[in-house]
Design a protein around this ligand. Structure first.
Ligand code: ZN
Length: 315
């Protein structure tokens, strides 16, 4: 052990003391095991196993955690131990979190009508580890799940609570190359679109058989199947149809500062009637709103790449 590990171990000792402490006790599933949730899961997963439908159906075992989840309204059965542990880690600079893996053990099938109850315990805290994301501690929580008070399964969930590598160095140092956006994949079907962008023109395909505009570029018309097309140049007027703000993981190339802060990704409805995914610039990402008027501009992200983006305006 080196001298530098002393402080680390002091924190580790405090974290380790949480092993065995309850993270949730006497939790009760918000819904009974039920057929609609099973059906939605199977449809989303593409799982057509006949065991999961009809008379005598069981729930897919991998749904185990579903029956314990708090949903948008959250949990009321959490103990303070987990929050305290996270507070210790936050206070020591391990402010980021990423889920790394889970393990499940199935002890009894769950069937529609089962009432699920559960307890969770902080099972293990690892020593300080260095990963590509940064250095931090793995925390394993074990949830014991019962149905009608019989053991039904165990769900182990592991997270890494870490100090991001970016936070240590702050703004990318001058010696580090600027992070670049990934390159578009250009092929015969979309080459003319990217040629247009390079010339600061946003071209939309239009079917010459039925006049339907389309975006993104495709070899045939979705409306009539015709392979014949020409293009119309977008006026540049648009509105935000939908959007998300990307917080994590950080991609330095996507933020103006180069530090990987949050940025807005929006589905823009163009005046010509097609929609495209792009970035909204010129307004803080938390001010982007559905319906916001935006205007096309071209952003040179680096010497080899120009992208169409949309400038929003507040108010
Ligand atoms: Zn057509």
């Amino acid at each position: 052990m080196t001298a530098g590990q002393g402080a680390r171990d002091e924190l580790y000792g405090r974290l380790k003391a949480y092993e065995g402490r309850g993270a949730a006790s006497a939790g009760v599933g918000k819904d009974l095991v039920n057929e609609p949730m099973i059906r939605h899961w199977c449809e989303a997963m593409g799982d057509a196993n006949p065991a999961y439908s009809g008379p005598g159906a069981v729930a897919p075992p991998t749904m185990l955690q579903v029956w314990t989840m708090g949903g948008l309204s959250g949990h009321t059965d959490r103990s303070g131990a987990y929050d305290e542990l996270f507070g210790l880690l936050d206070g020591a600079g391990y402010t980021s979190v990423v889920a790394t893996d889970c393990e499940q053990e199935y002890l009894r099938p769950l069937r529609p009508g089962d009432r699920v109850t559960f307890d969770a315990v902080i099972e293990a805290v690892s020593e300080r580890k260095t990963t590509k994301l940064g250095t931090g501690y793995f925390v394993t929580t074990r949830m014991d799940i019962r149905a009608q008070d019989e053991p039904a399964g165990t769900h182990r969930f592991r997270i890494l609570k870490y100090r991001p590598t970016m936070a240590k160095t702050g703004r990318a140092s001058r010696e580090e190359p600027k992070a670049l956006r990934s390159r578009p994949v250009i092929n015969r079907d979309n080459a003319a679109f990217w040629e247009g962008v390079a010339a600061h023109r946003l071209l939309i395909q239009r079917c010459t058989a039925c006049d339907t505009p389309r975006f993104p570029w495709l070899p045939g018309c979705n409306a009539c199947g015709s392979p014949e097309w020409d293009t119309v140049e977008a006026s540049g007027e648009g509105t935000v149809f939908s959007h998300v703000v990307m917080h994590h993981p950080s991609f330095p190339a996507f933020s103006d500062s180069g530090e990987g802060g949050p940025y807005a990704v929006a589905l823009i409805e163009l005046a010509e009637g097609v929609r495209m995914v792009s970035n909204v610039v010129g307004v803080p990402c938390d001010k982007v709103r559905v319906g916001m008027l935006v205007r096309l501009e071209f952003l040179r992200t680096d010497p080899d790449l120009v992208l169409p983006v949309f400038r929003g305006s507040e108010g």
